[in-house]
Design a protein around this ligand. Sequence first.
Ligand code: DON
Length: 314
Amino acid sequence: MSVNQNQEQRKQVLDFMTSAHQQFASVKEGANASYIPYLASVPSNLFGIAVAFTDGEVLEVGDTQYEFAIESISKVFTLAKVLEEIGKDEFKAKIGSNATGEPFNSVIALELHNEHPYNPFDNAGAIATVSLLNAQSSDDRWNQIISTYNLFAGRNLTVNDEVYKSESDTNAHNRGISWLLKNSGNMYTDPDQACDVYTRQCSVAITCRDLAIMGGTIANHGVNPVTKKQVVSRQNIQPILAEMMMNGLYENTGNWLYTTGLPGKSGVGGGILAIVPGTCALAVFSPPLDVHGNSVKGQKVGAFLSEKLGWSLL
Ligand code: DON
C-alpha cells in the first residue's frame, strides 16, 4: 500500500472513531461496578477510544489519558506470561479453555466441576493461573507479573493504591475461591498469596492508549508495535485469542462475537479490548457496565467499528 493510501485509511478509522464517540457518548445504560467501592466513585461519563496499529501508530479520541483499573483485562497478560513458562498443553490441562456459562466469580461453577478451574478468565482460573508462576516469594511473583505488563504497555505501569486497598478490603469471596482451589489440588502456591497478587494485578492503572498498545502487541503476533520488542512468542498467540473468543466477556461473549466477530476482553473498571489479528487492537474505556460486568459503551463501539471497518474474522 502506498503512503497516501495508508494515510487515507487511517483517516477513515479516525473518522469512524470520532463518530462512534459522538453517537454513543449520551448512552445512559449500565452502571459502574459497585461491589468494589473505588470503582463506584469513578466519573461515569469518562469515555475514551484508542486504536493501536501493528506498525505502531496509535489513534485516540476522548478520555484516552485517564488512568483506570485494568481489572479482569489483566488476566490476558498473566495468561501470556504463564503460557510462556509452562506451554499451552500443560496450561490447558491445569486451567482449561471452555466456558462455564456462569458469572465470572461463580463458586457454583467451581463446585459443578469438582473444584477444577475451567478457563483463565473466570476468577477461579485466573487466581490459579497466578499461582502457576514459578516464584520464590510474593514479591517475586508480583515482579514477574508487573514486568510482563510493562513490556506489553511499553512503559512502567503502577498500582493504584486506592483501588488495591478498596479491593483487598472486599475480596473475601475471591479468597474463598482460592481456598476451594487449594482443597481440590488446583492451587499451586499459598492461596492467600495467589489471591493477593491477583488483587494487585487487577489494581494496575492503565490508560486507554496503554490498553490499545498492550492489545496491539497481541495483534502484532507478540511483538510490541511501539517498542518492537518480542513480548510473547508467536505460538502462544492462538491460545490467548482462543480464550478471549470463548469467554472474554463472560456470559455475554456470544453476543459480543455475534456483533463484532472479534476476540475481546472486558474488565469491571470499564475497559474493553478487542483484537484484529495482524491489523490493530481497539481499546475503549467507559465505566458503566452491563449485568455481566462488561462496559456498555465499549460493546457498542466494538460492534460499530467492526462493522464499519470490516474487522470481523467471521
Ligand atoms: O476479582 C474481581 O472481582 C475483580 N478484581 C475483577 C473482575 C472483573 O474485572 C470481571 N470482568 N469484567
